[in-house]
Ligand binder design. Sequence first.
Ligand SMILES: [Zn+2]
Ligand SMILES: [Zn+2]
Length: 451
Amino acid sequence: MKRNLLAIGLVFAALSLAGCTSGLQPRSSPANPFGWPAKLATDAGFGLESTEAPVLRDAGRILYGLGDFLEGPALAFEGLVLFRRERFRSAGLKFASGAGELVTGVVSAPFLIVPGRNVDLARDADLVNAGLEQIERTPPEAWHASPNDHRTEIFPRGTRVKAHGTALLWTIPGEGEILQAGEESLFFHAVQAIVPGTDYEAQERSWGMIVKDLEEWDSWNPRVRAGTIIHEFVHQYVQIRCQFKGWSIAYWPAYGVSFVANGWEGHWAERTGPRAAEAVDLALRGWAPGEAAALGSRRCDTQLGQIFVTIVAYREKFSAEPLAIEDLLQAGVLAKPGDLLCPADLAGTAGYVYLYPFRGTETPPDSILVYDAAPHPDGSRRVLRCNGERAVLAPPEFEAALREQREAMLPLLAPAIDAARAAAKSAAGGDKEALEKKLRVLEKLRDDAAK
Ligand SMILES: [Zn+2]
Ligand SMILES: [Zn+2]
């Protein structure tokens, strides 16, 4: 028994050292009848795997693994008859990776039956290809994630995707085709709500990727989505499929142990390993494809329009101007925190700056009310004025407009601050709290204007 385990261990070690080959290729000859069941299972599996129905999809993933598994004996037979040694090697690879996919598929099937909506990865296919081209143009020194990363390429050169239903079909030169599907996972969402410090939008699976919240994912800048899709595919293909030979049951504990021990920073799968996924993020740093930038900018404009509508709703509800932009969320007039992020921001983290119109109805109507905290990729910023008008301002225009507005505001702020301070002093209870908040907002406006 012990010797068997040792032998299995050695086979795995040998397979892992065999480089980043997933065992997608070669397959047994079409003339080899022993390979027919394998092909039948793989084809049926692929067909089901790419459907939109959860149970069929999971069955497809298992069938696909079975097909790979059955290729093992078929290839071994060819090795015997044709006296080809490399056929035996392929047979071992197929056998190991097929078993991994099969076992993993069976074990995880019960958890996957909770239906999740499909994520439309296919609509980002062009952008994913543009990202892959960008990665190929970037010198490896720029994306090597750590000193022990010696890759010359992240994926074989020429790797591209095409739409397949809502999924992506990756064509990998010298390897074959592999499906990346996307699903929304309520389970993933719930786990992150419970575990403190976790808030990730997407996570890899051996068959593709899951997202936490479909609406949030859809609202992302397409450029950020494309980068994330490629990043998750490094986990799915390079790590789970190549490095772990499809044994995602082994991958996840290895991932988890490293996470507990090293956290995000020292993680072999993300940052420090020779096949770390961060290489994608590094290679795509500063990448701003024109189409995505234009779309992001248009979305930002729509979002500012929506913010204005909610400010008007707030005014009507409370007969006052919101003190801070986050008040729109607390008051329930704006739906989610993501609505306060600029969709054109490449990192997906920049929000908006709100200038509290402390003069109320006396505020000049063309004053800037809200503006982009960070410039868009082309350097411009979008602004929302007090009268609801929106505009794109180039850097010098924006700087000048903001400076002018601050200079006009500064002398008026001192009396407003004095009045607010006096009012806060004499008030009590909840009123006092609100007035103190108003005082802080006014003081911040003054400090920013005086800079
Ligand atoms: Zn990752
Ligand atoms: Zn913006």
